[in-house]
Design a protein around this ligand. Structure first.
Ligand code: AHG
Ligand code: MN
Ligand code: MN
Length: 334
């Protein structure tokens, strides 16, 4: 591995090292292609009429942006043809996506949030794509919802693309986290961030404080103590950031540390938090842990949660290890 090598080369070298069949490498290459296409659409924005919302809502009752659907279709089209997948599941679609009959079936399942942070598309702020790869249960070629309901610990691979000032592709297969930057001149992702590691301590938190009246007591106490600064119980000052794009927040934390919280709150008793376990929390948790950080619901490891529904939500606290442990202390004490 060396800085400057292409993602294609990196994937093939990893395949050789693990004596892979090439199946997984092919799947990653398809995802890479989809992310390049989405990057181009996000980048062109209003020039191709891609901004704005549709009349439709997704299964979670959220307004769909044009780019949500464009990105979803690009992910599906890039992955369905090549014979690596048994099926897919998307944040934007109620039911799992079956592979059309005309294509061969494969042994993996892909789950994805095609465009994360899509409320930011119209205002030219960073968005991203998040993906998670699982093995299809043995012998399953037409996967049902239950086949996708595997805990995060079963993930074969997790990653994201960030469409920011640069487009980046960051992923892990369980052997550390590596980041690649899209060189627009040659159309290739190039290794720029080998072995990404999250600093263990931080003085920076990210949370949507407009929800504070809905927070549980432990979250409220933790944030109050951070805000109290030097003279408060934490004895130091904290800074705050909130982009409203999880990909952007996690990317910042991977680079300079921090803690990201979208905790379970009392806003909607039917929802255990805002973020989705299968498309957002699990893949980001794997990346965070592989980079030396931690990912918790507040009361336990995210990747140990046994999923019961494909679109289920979960409380999320992730980032610098010691700070995540600190939040867990607050939860344990309340
Ligand atoms: P999505 O655009 O895929 O629905 O995800 C948005 C998520 C996440 O990226 C972000 O952290 C959070 O929702 C923003 O929530 P608020 O609107 O409450 O700030
Ligand atoms: Mn999202
Ligand atoms: Mn989304």
């Amino acid at each position: 591995m060396h800085k400057g090598e292409t993602l294609t080369q990196f994937i093939i070298e990893e395949q050789r090292r693990t004596h892979g069949s090439g199946d997984f490498s092919g799947l990653l290459a398809d995802i890479e292609t989809a992310c390049k296409r989405i990057s181009a659409a996000v980048n062109k924005g209003d020039l191709i009429g891609a901004l704005g919302a549709l009349e439709t809502e997704n299964v979670q009752g959220e307004t769909q942006k044009k780019l949500d659907i464009i990105s979803n279709d690009m992910m599906v089209e890039a992955m369905q043809w090549s014979g690596h997948l048994a099926g897919m599941a998307s944040e934007e679609l109620e039911d799992p996506i079956q592979i059309p009959e005309k294509y061969p079936k494969g042994k993996y399942l892909a789950l994805f949030d095609p465009l994360d942070g899509s409320s930011n598309t119209d205002v030219n702020i960073s968005v991203g794509t998040i993906f998670s790869i699982l093995h299809a249960p043995k012998g399953v070629t037409t996967p049902e919802v239950k086949d996708f309901l595997q805990p995060g610990t079963e993930q074969v691979c997790a990653g994201y693309a960030l469409y920011g000032p640069s487009t980046m592709f960051v992923y892990t297969t369980g052997h550390g986290v590596n980041g690649f930057t899209l060189d627009q001149d040659i159309g290739e992702f190039v290794l720029t961030h080998p072995n990404m590691t999250v600093p263990e301590d931080t003085g920076e938190f990210a949370i949507n404080t407009s929800n504070s009246r809905h927070w549980v007591a432990a979250t409220k106490q933790y944030i109050d103590d951070c805000l109290a600064g030097e003279t408060g119980p934490r004895g130091r000052n904290f800074n705050m950031r909130w982009v409203a794009s999880m990909v952007a927040e996690i990317h910042r934390i991977l680079n300079r540390g921090g803690i990201f919280l979208y905790p379970r709150d009392n806003k909607n008793p039917d929802m255990a938090g805002r973020l989705r376990l299968m498309y957002e929390a699990n893949p980001m948790a794997m990346i965070m842990e592989q980079a030396g950080g931690a990912a918790s619901t507040g009361t336990g490891r995210i990747m140990d949660v046994e999923p019961t529904e494909i679109h289920q939500r979960v409380g999320v606290v992730m980032g610098s290890k010691n700070e995540v442990a600190k939040v867990e202390e607050y939860y344990a004490a309340k």
